[in-house]
Design a protein around this ligand. Structure first.
Ligand code: FA5
Length: 343
């Protein structure tokens, strides 16, 4: 009896050894282990044996089953490794090839608008100036007619590095820097750049945002020049349809001062969450350069006059594209950015 089992075992192990692929593996397994396989057949013969022979016979069948199972397991592992290797060869990826997918986003609307704003003002004869984002209190406030303890400082709280150094709260300190640089000469500059405030972030406010500062200084400059400039800017940026509103306002560094609102693009002026129900969104502050500021920065106000403005770039982008929440501009969500691919 044992001999017969040894013979079957030898045959099975040889067959398993010869297995080279998944199909022949399944075939051998079925031959020995399926319901109608060799081992089931051997088990069914048990009932034909005498009581004494049965325990040994049972033991031999079980031994044979575990030997075959073990050999199949080893073969299965070998086959799996081979299959994985073949799969990897087939799926070989060349990471240096250009992507097949067209899933690229567009330029962030912030940069689209910043570039367009620059182009509009350059076409009106403005030059681009620059200034530091980490600024001295002196330039950010003092030279703009906002001395220590002036209440206007409350509206522009910032992030301070020391008593005297802070993240600039607006691009207006560039006004003072350019005036000091160009002492006595006429000026016509814009300065696009970042500004920072301790503002609570909401649909239209961010603690970090950007402005385009504008400054014109020359002889015979009037509020009419300021209004005509901003009107032209608004028409070029938003088209003839969008409504504009000039409101009297207050800035220490301009006198008189205005704030300019554009009708909300979300609700077309009806009132919604984005415009806080007013129908308008403020995009800029402006005014005639305050005589004190001219004097402090080396210009004689009896000869020179000037106007200045500070336009929020994100606010312009929001109105141009109907963006309902300023924070979308900073989140780099590809679903948002994709919408600007064609622009
Ligand atoms: C100023 O910053 C003045 N420096 C503007 C100015 C320049 C006035 C020159 C006179 C002469 P204001 O705080 O209103 O003003 O901000 C100007 C614009 O910046 C706002 O109309 C708005 O578009 C944008 N802005 C201000 N604060 C934020 C903020 N937290 N998030 C996003 N945009 C902002």
């Amino acid at each position: 009896m044992e001999k017969e089992f040894l013979k079957i075992e030898k045959e099975a192990l040889e067959a398993i050894n010869l297995v080279a692929d998944r199909a022949s593996f399944n075939e051998v397994r079925n031959t020995y282990l399926s319901k109608k396989g060799v081992l089931s057949d051997l088990m069914s013969k048990m009932k034909t044996l005498s009581q004494e022979k049965r325990p040994l016979y049972g033991q031999l069948v079980n031994n044979l089953r575990s030997k075959i199972n073990e050999a199949l397991e080893v073969k299965n592992e070998l086959l799996e490794a081979k299959e994985l290797e073949e799969q990897l060869k087939k799926d070989k990826i060349d990471l240096t090839l250009p992507s097949m997918s067209k899933n690229s986003a567009g330029l962030n609307p912030f940069f689209v608008i910043k570039d367009e704003m620059e182009e509009i003002f350059i076409s009106m004869g403005y030059e681009i100036a620059d200034g530091p984002e980490i600024e001295e209190d002196h330039y950010n406030f003092e030279l703009l007619n906002i001395p220590k303890d002036h209440p206007a400082r409350d509206m522009q709280d910032s992030f301070y590095f020391s008593e005297t150094m802070l993240l600039r709260t607006h691009t207006s300190p560039v006004q003072a820097r350019v005036m000091q640089d160009k002492k006595g000469e006429s000026i016509k500059i814009i300065c696009p750049g970042k500004a920072y405030r301790r503002d609570n972030d909401d649909l239209t406010h961010s603690h970090q945002f950007a402005q385009v500062e504008g400054l014109v200084i020359d002889k015979n400059i009037t509020l009419g020049n300021l209004k005509a400039t901003l009107d032209l800017f608004v028409k070029k940026m938003f088209g003839e349809k969008r409504k504009t509103r000039f409101r009297a306002s207050y800035f220490s560094f301009t006198e008189p001062s205005v704030e300019v609102d554009i009708s909300c693009s979300e609700c077309d002026g009806a009132g919604c969450l984005t415009c806080k129900g007013t129908g308008w969104i403020e995009i800029l502050g402006a005014g005639m350069v305050n005589e004190n500021v001219l004097r402090m920065n080396g210009y004689d106000p009896s000869i020179y006059q000037g106007f200045a403005f500070g336009i929020g770039i994100e606010r312009v982008a929001m109105l141009r594209y109907g963006i309902d929440d300023i924070r979308r501009i900073y989140q780099n969500d590809i679903r948002f950015l994709e919408q600007f691919r064609a622009r």
